[in-house]
Design a protein around this ligand. Sequence first.
Ligand code: KG4
Ligand code: ZN
Length: 363
Amino acid sequence: MYLLGIETSCDETAAAVVESGEKVLSNVVASQFDVHGRYGGVVPELASREHLRAIVPVVRQAVDDAGIGYGDLSAVAVTRGPGLVGSLLVGLCYAKALSVSQGVPLIGVNHIEGHIHAVVLEQKQKGQPIEFPAVALVASGGHTHLFHVRLTADGSYEYRLLGRTRDDAAGEAFDKVAKLLGLGYPGGPVIDRLASHGDPESVRFGLARMKGNELDFSFSGLKTAVLRWVRAADMDDEIERRRALLRSTPRPTVEQWLEVTPQRTLDLIASFQQAVTEGLLHRGRRAAEQQPDVRSLVVSGGVACNSRLRERFASEVPSYLVSFPSPRLSTDNAVMIAAAAWPKFARGRFSDLALAADASLSL
Ligand code: KG4
Ligand code: ZN
């Protein structure tokens, strides 16, 4: 059984073929980094146009890389939300057309469910399947959610929301702070690399405690605290030097960044990253402790690439309990969409052609 996954919810056009919910035959991701980088964030209109340009060759490559033909596909799985509506529509329209032309079922998938299934798939491959019920922490550019995940007797998954961000997502905080400091877009990877050169204890940032639900997150106060720190430290000249570096070199090396970033700024970056990772660690661990039946903790989404976050979980949570996806399957990809569609395929839960994009789809 060959499932084709298609993912176009944000700024990556992705397609993948996964055999029987487990074996990854291809994984193609066309990033729009070069289009959005100069704007310091994703421009929705440009994203839709880039998806239009990329969708046909990306799917063709995924099918070719898998060593099969379109006629061998058993179903087409596609992200239907949440995300940018114009971007979602490109993947959805293409998936519907392919499903009709090949006479195979269409399966709509929630992007957040996809992030969780990236880990489910990889742990199956390693012969260490996730034990359910689990707590899943999904932290990306668009979402920061904690779920209780249950596997039911008929093989379907049930999700119960335990906590979520009330304002910015964790990845968004990385991106906004990077933009503020002249570090370009996306912010997570560059902050991750520079933070290891700074002292995470130098500035004491914390995450606000949420009234009502202690498992909710808020990152906007942290972003404002960094902004205040930057203003007080009068950093305009060094920020301008970093912006100039980005204009001349779209992908600077760490050494090039270090030349234009003084130690006190590296300390600030490390302290900011520390506050985000501590907030994610504490709430993730707390969520697992609060649910007596929970047997594992799954961390996924683009922010799961963060090396400090991985280190903190590794030192604070027993390794048999916690699972991260490989970095390639942490950020947006279509393997995770095909993986999340597999249990639906197995039970005949197909979508019809009226399937609509839903920018704020919840899980
Ligand atoms: O999952 P993803 O590819 O897309 C969304 O669903 O949003 O996540 C992208 C986000 C961006 O905000 C990016 O800055 C962040 O993940 N990210 C990281 C790292 N790599 C990517 N954040 C922290 N550390 C990283 N190494
Ligand atoms: Zn994502």
